[in-house]
Design a protein around this ligand. Structure first.
Ligand SMILES: Nc1ncnc2c1ncn2[C@@H]1O[C@H](COP(=O)(O)OP(=O)(O)OP(=O)(O)O)[C@@H](O)[C@H]1O
Ligand SMILES: [Mg+2]
Length: 575
């Protein structure tokens, strides 16, 4: 038993199949991907016994040439890429040349195909490799029977027929959302179960997610540079009790991406009731060289080169969309009725020396930032960002300054202030730490515990004392004093996820900014937290004293000013 040997091909494929073919639904996914890659405009799926007994897929795509049939079944044989360069800007679903070989190693597989323009069709049986003439007008038919017939141990892991069928149809629905130009027809145990005609995405939402989603979702679109995010979002009031209605495509590929789902949950977090989950069908498009698709055996994960930038873009675009429609398009993208661009908000430099100096005198006199009626009317005495008036929809803070109205994105501004404070504290040596009177015990899975242990030194340098308290528990004993009031378990979980994420091998110095950004994002006030007027004024004063406070950590403005003239113009009011 001690000598090293090369495994036989079939065993290699069976090992690969363990990752690629988890259940009938994985076969369905691979076969549909192949049909789509072949340019099919109609795909017929026929299932028996939840796909365990038989999966048959027929398409009207380009077909396979007779001499290529044996290659289609060979491992590492593909028509989709031919070089590393091609892999790096992949535009097809497939690229490994692995799926059919893997399926053929754990089920009985037959392909019949007629290459476009060919005089006849041919079929190949995977078991024998024999090629013979077949009767087929066009396209390709692939039949997969008796899944796991030769690997009984795996067969035991299959669930009931109904469950396996449910997984198959869910996989198909997801892919159909990404390809509304293609017709999909499904039969199960001899009955028609789904029929999707080609058309617009809006028309598919009801059949591929559900009717509530179709009724309540709002169309969405955002761009930034070469990033584009489009699709449908459920408004927070229609949020779900599970994650089923979360469908995300990256460059046309359905993915489950932790980073992107994190960006989306963060964007919704401010506006969701507890225990509710966002719902969305979204398409993220970016330069293919910015995405690595070769990271997961089922091709359902991607790695983004500019993970941080994309995260920020998705988070802000969705968050802004959820803040609700604006009655007046202040951004200047006006409608016919609204004066175009007249009221484009502009940013004020904070270094307005005069008012700051007066403000400092004023604070020195001990009024603590709370205005008295007199100094509000004495307009010149108002600090640059003015005095708080109210909170709007729990998201924006409204203030009056010498020029007019100041609107502040509460979360973004607080996040920025915290970030700068944390950064300054860290630059001056180990940050002040506050011990918790009672250690905070939090549930943690293996991955989180491993991250806590692996990054203990970095955590300590940031001011966190965290230790393992049990097989599934961590105890937090001390935190940076600046964050004492923050929602700690969430913050620590976010921080551990960031530590364990891309770049986990870098030291604190290289990653400090990202880590501080994660901490401040979690610690910053979230929307729908009612702030009292003194708290709002305190935030405004902190913004004035904080460097770069006019941009949030993701480079977006944290506040805008609408002068009285801007407002006059909005109302077409001459002075
Ligand atoms: N429905 C189809 N129509 C036309 N050609 C097909 C079809 N299915 C498979 N093929 C051909 O067979 C080859 C092998 O398919 P297979 O799914 O094993 O690999 P792949 O799609 O290239 O990569 P991956 O393993 O990532 O799916 C494909 O590259 C393609 O040329
Ligand atoms: Mg494939």
């Amino acid at each position: 038993m001690s000598s090293i040997r090369i495994l036989p091909d079939v065993l290699v494929s069976q090992i690969a199949a363990g990752e690629v073919v988890e259940r009938p639904a994985s076969v369905v996914k691979e076969l549909i991907e192949n049909s789509l890659d072949a340019g099919a405009s109609r795909i017929d799926l026929t299932l028996e016994a939840g796909g365990v007994k038989r999966i048959r897929i027929a398409d009207d795509g380009a077909g396979i040439a007779r001499e290529d049939l044996p290659l289609a079944l060979a491992r590492h044989a593909t028509s989709k890429i031919d070089s590393l360069a091609a892999l790096e800007r992949i535009a097809s679903y497939g690229f490994r040349g692995e799926a059919l070989a893997a399926i053929a190693s754990v089920a009985r597989l037959r392909i019949a195909s007629r290459e476009r323009g060919a005089a006849a069709a041919f079929a190949i049986e995977a078991a024998s490799g024999a090629v013979a003439p077949a009767a087929l007008a066009a396209g390709t038919v692939i039949e997969v029977a008796d899944l796991y017939f030769n690997t009984p141990a795996r067969r035991k892991f299959l669930k009931s027929e109904a469950t396996e069928y449910a997984h198959c149809i869910r996989a198909l629905r997801r892919m159909a959302l990404g390809r509304c130009d293609v017709a999909f027809i499904v039969q199960h145990n001899g009955r028609d179960t789904l029929r999707l005609a080609p058309g617009a995405l809006a028309g598919r939402l009801a059949q591929c997610i559900d009717e509530d989603f179709a009724r309540e979702a709002r169309e969405f679109e955002a761009h930034a540079g070469n990033l584009r995010l489009t699709g449908y979002l459920l408004p927070p009031a229609a949020a779900r009790t599970n994650r089923e209605a979360q469908v995300l495509f990256v460059n046309g590929r359905f993915v489950r991406d932790r980073l992107l789902s994190h960006a989306l949950s963060e964007a919704y977090r401010d506006v969701l009731y507890g225990g509710r989950f966002p719902g969305y069908v979204l398409f993220l498009e970016l330069d293919p060289t910015g995405v690595d698709v070769n990271v997961h055996p089922a091709k359902t994960e991607v790695r983004l080169r500019d993970a941080h930038g994309v995260h920020g873009f998705v988070f802000h675009a969705v968050r802004q969309a959820l803040a609700g429609p604006r009655a007046v398009p202040v951004s200047g993208a006006g409608t016919a009725q609204a004066p175009r661009a007249a009221a484009a908000p502009r940013q004020l430099g904070l270094a307005v020396e005069q008012p700051v100096a007066r403000y400092l005198d004023f604070v020195a006199q001990g009024s603590g930032g709370q205005p008295t009626p007199a100094n509000v009317s004495a307009a010149q005495a108002a600090p640059p960002l003015g005095y708080a008036l109210a909170q709007l929809h729990g998201i924006y803070l409204l203030a009056q300054n010498a020029r007019g109205l100041v609107l502040v994105d509460m979360h973004a501004a607080h996040e920025r202030v915290l970030y700068e404070k944390l950064k300054r504290a860290l630059e001056q040596g180990p940050p002040p730490v506050q011990a918790l009177l009672v250690p905070l015990v939090m549930a943690a899975d293996e991955a989180v515990i491993a991250a806590a242990q692996e990054h203990a030194a970095t955590l300590a340098a940031l001011g966190f004392e965290l230790s393992v308290a049990g097989p599934a528990q961590l105890a937090l004993r001390a935190v940076p004093a600046l964050l004492a009031g923050a929602p700690l378990p969430e913050l620590v979980r976010g921080l551990l996820a960031e530590l364990a994420g891309p770049g986990s091998h870098h030291g604190l110095d290289a990653r400090a900014n990202e880590l501080l950004a994660t901490m401040s994002c979690h610690a910053a006030v979230h929307a729908h937290r009612a702030l009292a007027v003194p708290e709002m004024n305190a935030l405004l004063r902190e913004m004035e004293s904080c460097e770069r406070s006019d941009q949030c950590n993701h480079g977006r403005p944290t506040w805008v000013e609408l002068s009285l003239e801007d407002l006059d113009r909005l109302f077409l009011r001459g002075r």
